[in-house]
Design a protein around this ligand. Structure first.
Ligand code: COA
Ligand code: AMP
Length: 637
């Protein structure tokens, strides 16, 4: 089939407002918009100004009303516990309305914030949808973060209530959530008035009388009393959620997602990008703590009337590298979405795909990869093994849906390995040089999006328009800067090559090296430090810390290095995967004192590099090289 992409993209370019108004017809609105786009509202304008709607209604009630009540809505599959459970649309609606009534009883109202600190269990999605139902703003915090990270998010979003669980399960260990939650509340200046804790059978959390409540008791009481909360209409421009993401400092950025534009954009992608139909099974193997989990585990599949798989496990080791294939076969998954790192992990364990043959994968039509650069090797391996199209697509927490993709639903374009293909309607791309001028095709530059951003993208940062402007809009006036660098080829295909800030991408998780440096610098024996992301075969990148110790440290270097590793785990969390510390005598710097992180990374990755002309003392580069090879970290150049 010839692709309709160019025609559709052009139709958006000709008349963006008509394009999105047409897409918006797929959503139920309780009040229509005054303007499709109000250029005078917000920082750069707002979508569907004046309209009212409710996300839970569009994800749940409307499907029940349309006769999908008995269809699967959420399939929980947990190889780490052996549990499997399917909620129909009716059951999920009832569970959400009941929890929403419990939230109400605890004083949560429209506009209040609720933190969701949960493992990958159905209650996490139920919690998010319950907030949406009553117009409360959820903020999900990933379970792999430490208490301090949670505390930062509590202080920034000032939640009235926190939804949590007694534990998460990582292969080989139980992660007790409650002690982390208690510590975070101790650390934070803001105190939520209540916590509702889901007790899992493998761990019972101690509840603090008067503050903590048992999830099952609360919902059972609401159920018995027939308490259900109805959907509350909210403004299309009201926030649905805040999702914190790594910024250039230890202070994460509170990405705000609005209500109306978010639904319109996500619903549009389910047909045009993902090519799935209502009633089919969609599986995003990610975590609700990340944007992929928000958009494509919870909201988009449900908006579209699909069944979504909520998977509590890993691609390998739970129990083996065939888990993904089992889940696809067992639940008739039509589209799988995951990070390339998951496939690299599977490929490492089962390079010949010997486990694939055990399962009937005939339901699978497409594999989507995002979260980090998809290396051609991994894409080609997946294509060979699964015999389905493998689609790399590029997006960010900030955008909430793909900026660039190969839109399968509009008809696939030819694949070019290493490129997530072309911009989606809504995204007018520009590759700019430092002087803000467009560069020629094939030339690297800063990848920017001409304002306004399309529906679904963030309108601002939580209560911080100024940081929003400074971080994203200031450098290239009139544009949103993605902080990704790359190029566009003659055919308009985009290539996303590197971040222009301090963000690294570890196993599809976005982390700030600046945040890690703050932790390293807080160690009493550290005089100076630098953290860089170095290439890793499985995780894409891993962080490596370089430290210069103060003189007169009365202990072994190894002991200090171990402490530093532990400190990052304690302050940021295990998800940082921070395991490499290299003690050096001095750090390479420019004559003005700027640490040469990029050169250090080239050395660690075994790439050829030119010695920067501004370097203070080139001999330090050899010292770094030597320290890395003594550690066995450096790759052969
Ligand atoms: N709660 C607590 N700890 C968590 C956690 C959670 N929700 N998620 C991860 N961690 C811990 C892990 O246990 C691990 O701890 P360890 O240092 O004690 O081993 C650490 O954080 C790093 O985790 P992870 O990045 O998952 O690495 P891994 O080595 O355990 O697994 C992969 C590697 C490739 C299997 C894994 O990263 C993966 O499944 N990636 C898929 C990518 C993905 O989901 N990306 C999201 C965006 S699409
Ligand atoms: P996150 O906000 O966690 O989704 O991370 C977004 C960042 O991940 C982007 O800015 C990119 O640096 C990187 N990224 C995501 N998807 C891709 C992709 N398909 N190709 C290259 N980089 C990607």
């Amino acid at each position: 089939m010839t692709s309709r992409y160019h025609e559709v993209y052009e139709s958006w370019k000709r008349d963006a407002e008509s394009f999105w108004a047409q897409a918006a017809a797929d959503i139920d609105w309780s009040r229509p918009w005054d303007k499709v786009f109000d250029a005078d509202a917000g920082v750069y304008g707002r979508w569907f100004a004046g309209a009212e709607c409710n996300t839970a209604h569009n994800c749940l009630d409307r499907h029940v009303a349309a006769g999908r009540g008995d269809q699967a809505a959420l399939i929980y599959d947990s190889p780490v516990t052996g549990a499997k459970q399917t909620y129909t649309y009716s059951e999920l609606t009832d569970a959400v309305a009941t929890l929403a009534a419990v939230l109400r009883k605890h004083g949560v109202e429209k506009g209040d914030r609720v933190i969701v600190y949960m493992p990958m269990i159905p209650e996490a999605a139920i919690g998010m949808l319950a907030c949406a139902r009553i117009g409360a703003i959820h903020s999900v915090v990933f379970g792999g973060f430490a208490a301090r990270e949670l505390a930062t998010r509590i202080d920034d979003s000032t939640p009235k209530l926190i939804l949590s669980a007694s534990c998460g399960i990582e292969p080989g260990r139980i992660v007790k959530y409650k002690p982390l939650l208690d510590e975070a509340i101790d650390l934070s200046a803001h105190k939520p008035s209540a916590c509702i804790v889901h007790q899992r059978e493998m761990e019972t959390a101690d509840l603090i009388a008067g503050r903590d409540f048992d999830w099952a008791d609360e919902t059972a009481a609401a159920s018995a009393a027939g308490d259900r909360a109805d959907c509350v209409p909210v403004a299309a421009t009201d926030p649905l959620y805040i999702l914190y993401t790594s910024g250039t400092t230890g202070q994460p950025k509170g990405v705000v997602r609005d209500t109306g534009g978010h639904m319109v954009a996500l619903k549009w992608t389910m047909d045009a990008v993902y090519d799935v139909r209502p009633g089919e099974v969609f599986w995003a193997a990610s975590d609700v703590g990340w944007v992929v989990g928000h958009s494509y585990i919870v909201y988009a599949p449900l908006l579209h009337g699909c069944a979504t798989v909520l998977f509590e496990g890993k691609p390998v080791g739970t129990p083996d590298a065939g888990t993904f294939w089992r889940v696809i076969a067992e639940h008739d998954v039509a589209a799988l979405f995951t990070a390339p790192t998951a496939f690299r992990a599977i490929k490492k364990e089962d390079p010949d795909g010997s486990l694939i043959g055990k399962y009937d994968l005939s339901s699978l039509r497409t594999l989507f990869l995002a979260g980090e650069r998809a290396d051609p090797d991994t894409i080609q391996w997946a294509e060979r093994m699964l015999n389905v199209p493998v689609i790399d697509h590029w997006w960010q927490t900030e955008t909430g849906w793909p900026i660039a993709a190969n839109p399968v639903g509009l008809g696939s374009l030819p694949v070019k390995y290493g490129s997530p293909t072309v911009p989606m309607p809504g995204y007018d791309m520009a590759i700019l040089d430092e002087a803000q001028a467009p560069v020629a095709a094939g030339e690297m530059g800063a990848i920017c999006i001409k304002l306004p951003l399309p529906p679904g993208c963030f309108p601002t940062l939580w209560q911080n328009d100024e940081r929003f402007r400074d971080s994203y809009l200031a450098e290239f006036p009139g544009y949103y800067s993605t902080s990704d660098a790359g190029y566009r080829d003659e055919d308009g295909y985009l290539y996303i090559m590197a971040r222009t800030d301090d963000i690294i991408n570890v196993a599809g998780h976005r982390l700030s090296t600046g945040g890690m440096e703050e932790v390293l610098a807080s160690h009493p024996d550290v005089a100076e430090c630098a953290v860089i992301g170095i290439a890793d075969q499985m995780k894409g990148q891993v962080p490596a810390g370089f430290v210069v110790l103060k003189s007169g440290v009365g202990r072994s270097i190894e002991e200090v290095e171990r402490e530093i590793v532990l400190l990052v785990r304690e302050k940021i969390g295990p998800v940082a995967a921070f395991k490499i510390v290299v003690t050096v005598g001095r750090l390479p710097k420019t004559r003005s004192g700027k640490i040469l992180r990029k050169t250090m990374r080239s050395i660690a990755d075994g790439e050829t590099y030119t010695v920067p002309a501004t370097i203070d003392d080139p001999a330090i580069l050899d010292e770094i090289s030597l320290a890395l090879s003594e550690r066995g970290v450096a790759k052969a150049g």
